[in-house]
Design a protein. Structure first.
Length: 324
């Protein structure tokens, strides 16, 4: 029996497995990245994946390793270790925790929206979770200082709570179904505050822009604005189905005798419906825009354009990592 030929050491595992210029390729990639089953992997499995990836990058290919095993190790490694620092990430902040965590928090926000203390509590829990995710997945190039983290956290929480309570008082005289959409409006408002604040350093100093071969050409604040706008849109998109579809279903169910007889099923039902939406919405909305985003040189700030024109007068497009 012949040993299978060993893998060539030329597979680029720094890039995703699927073509990222197509929506389908990005969606497949994010379905792997956000797979909640990654949370159940043992420390030993994570270390094993890390060893395979680091060995392979160093040009050491273990005999009998298949391409599928290599990619599986890469996705396990990426799910738990920070891409820039290589340190193990907080469990709650990992992309694979997005669905179970958001499902619980969103389900509770949609269930307990009638009293002010409940609104305050769940909006606060949600923004605390967001702060942990943003901190865990921050870009390694621009570390966030604790004071920036604190400012963004307090501002987003305040924004969410003010929006929620303001809208809650406005919807008193409107049909019940409209009251159910208050949590979504609050979350959308908080995202518009939270993400730009978390990434304020990028808005001030710019983010690195490169040519298509990854050569760094300078920093651009125009690119940072586009990157942050895309992230805000995909985050609101992620929350939309989970916060828009269950209220309609629950509103219909609450009029039936079944839920009147078993009111304690309200929260589990909401959480389940939200989870169903999120399992698809999270990876699909992450995939809306390419991770490696691009813009034409003519849309950059004049001084950055001038610097790029000096280096390469014919360059038309620059690329940058938009973050998550």
């Amino acid at each position: 029996q012949k040993m299978p030929p060993s893998l060539p050491a030329t597979i680029n595992i720094r890039e995703p497995r699927w073509d990222q210029s197509t929506f389908q390729g990005r969606a497949k990639h994010f379905f792997m990245v956000t797979d909640p089953r990654n949370l159940l992997l043992s420390g030993a499995t994570l270390e094993e994946a890390r060893r395979v990836v680091e060995d392979y990058r160093a040009g050491r290919v273990p005999p009998g390793l298949t391409e599928d095993q290599l990619w599986r190790a890469k996705y396990i490694y990426d799910s738990a270790f920070h891409p820039d620092t290589g340190e193990k990430m907080l469990l709650v902040g990992r992309m694979s925790a997005q669905v179970p965590m958001n499902m619980t928090i969103t389900g509770c926000m949609l269930t307990f929206y009638r009293t002010t203390p409940a609104v305050l509590f769940w909006q606060w829990v949600n923004q605390s979770f967001n702060a942990i995710v943003n901190y865990t997945n921050r870009s390694g190039d621009a570390p966030i200082t604790p004071s920036q983290l604190g400012t963004a956290y307090v501002s987003a929480t305040t924004g969410a709570v003010v929006t929620a309570l303001g809208l809650k008082s406005l919807t008193k005289h409107l049909p019940a179904i409209i009251g159910r959409y208050v949590p979504f409006a609050a979350v959308a408002a908080a995202n518009c505050i939270n993400i730009p604040l978390m990434r304020q350093r990028e808005l001030k100093l710019g983010i690195p822009v490169t040519d298509e071969n990854g050569n760094r050409l300078g920093e651009s604040t125009a690119a940072a604005q586009k990157a942050i706008f895309q992230v805000v849109v995909s985050r609101i998109g992620m929350a939309a189905p989970a916060m828009a579809i269950p209220p309609v279903i629950m509103n219909a169910l609450e009029k039936r005798a079944f839920l009147k007889r078993y009111p304690y099923l309200n929260a589990p039902l909401q959480v389940g419906l939200v989870g169903l939406c999120l399992v698809f919405a999270t990876p699909l909305c992450c995939a809306l825009f390419p991770q490696k985003s691009s813009m034409s040189v003519s849309r950059l700030e004049p001084e950055v354009q001038a610097r790029i024109r000096e280096k390469d007068p014919h360059l038309e497009t620059v690329y940058f990592n938009k973050g998550l």
